[in-house]
Design a binder for this molecule. Sequence first.
Ligand SMILES: Cc1ncc(COP(=O)(O)O)c(C=O)c1O
Length: 425
Amino acid sequence: MGLLSGKATCNTHGQDSSYFLGWQEYEKNPYDEVQNPTGIIQMGLAENQALVEFMSEIRGNKVTFDTSKIVLTAGATSANETLMFCLAEPGEAFLLPTPYYPGFDRDLKWRTGVEIVPIQCTSLNGFQITETAIEEAYQLAQKRHLKVKGVLVTNPSNPLGTTMSRNELNLLVNIITEKNIHLISDEIYSGTVFSSPGFVSIMEILKDRNCENTQVWNRVHIVYSLSKDLGLPGFRVGAIYSNDDMVVAAATKMSSFGLVSSQTQYLLSALLSDKKFTQNYISENKKRLKQRHRKLVSGLEKAGISCLKSNAGLFCWVDMRHLLRSNTFEAEMELWKKIVYDVKLNISPGSSCHCTEPGWFRVCFANMSEDTLKLSMQRLKAFVDSITTTLHNQSNHQSIKNSRRRSLTKWVFRLSFDDRVTGER
Ligand SMILES: Cc1ncc(COP(=O)(O)O)c(C=O)c1O
């Protein structure tokens, strides 16, 4: 109870109005043709069955989800904010590994007053989460007098395009057990994993570790949405999956502010129930993402640019550190402005994702035709060729200047030495 927010545990929602009574009665005694033929028939709600089955399918049916633990929300945006309202008070904190999705500053912090403390990940180990990095973030929060309520990760990661390893996931479970805090796993890209290693959901790790019905089990919450896996961001269909009944109840009350229309639910439940369609869609989507990813990586290679090895998502985490004038975020912004305004490619600078190393950029590859991707790579290559010639000329110029300065210094030194020697003579 103490681990949830005041909003989640208070009674001011108005749920006790008779208006809601029918819904509560239905939940206590739901009609089932075989199990409970005299129960109450729900005539106001579309079922979540199709969505939980789809979520299991994406996870290779290694985990199953229970419809009573899911709350529909208007996309993952609303799911993440609702979880903040349920789990933290204004001024309390969540730890997030960097780089992270820039929208989190709005979704997690803005209306809730919750603070984000970064877990600083670096390119040294491919931006993986380490125990030291989490511990440092925890200490930083304490130094800022912020109570840490949990860790939030995106798996697969936006912006890295990588899936989390079992090691990282186990580490997270250890940490939240030890510190008695929550874990939110935003798995919005779980259906976009196009090559190995495959996707491992946090639920699978909890099952492997026999955490069912333990306190940790209740402190792990999943966020999902159809915006990426089915390419339906405009439908605004997301979900919170939680093993904690109190969180489910509080999030259900809060979902009044971000409902999914019954027409949308009706349409999607028909679409998701068509197993043949969803299986084909997911496998075709992964195949195309893989091809497109390969095209982007080879286009970048031709321009002399590498990126973090990735296996998921709709983007790559691209390393342009060698194109910076200096190893600073000012130089990153300077390069970014050139790419947006001169080359006319809209990519995201790493600093907008709170990356701690200047020179990384997120480049999306899935929202355009193959021809447009080709054109963008041609433009980028022409730009890199021109910038490297300039940098090369500048460094040649600089080395000529340096060698002139060295000769001058030698000359001045020789003169003064000769003077001294002559004077001494
Ligand atoms: C990691 C992550 N979470 C949440 C969202 C928001 O998704 P939705 O459109 O379902 O609100 C996004 C969108 O890009 C995202 O990348």
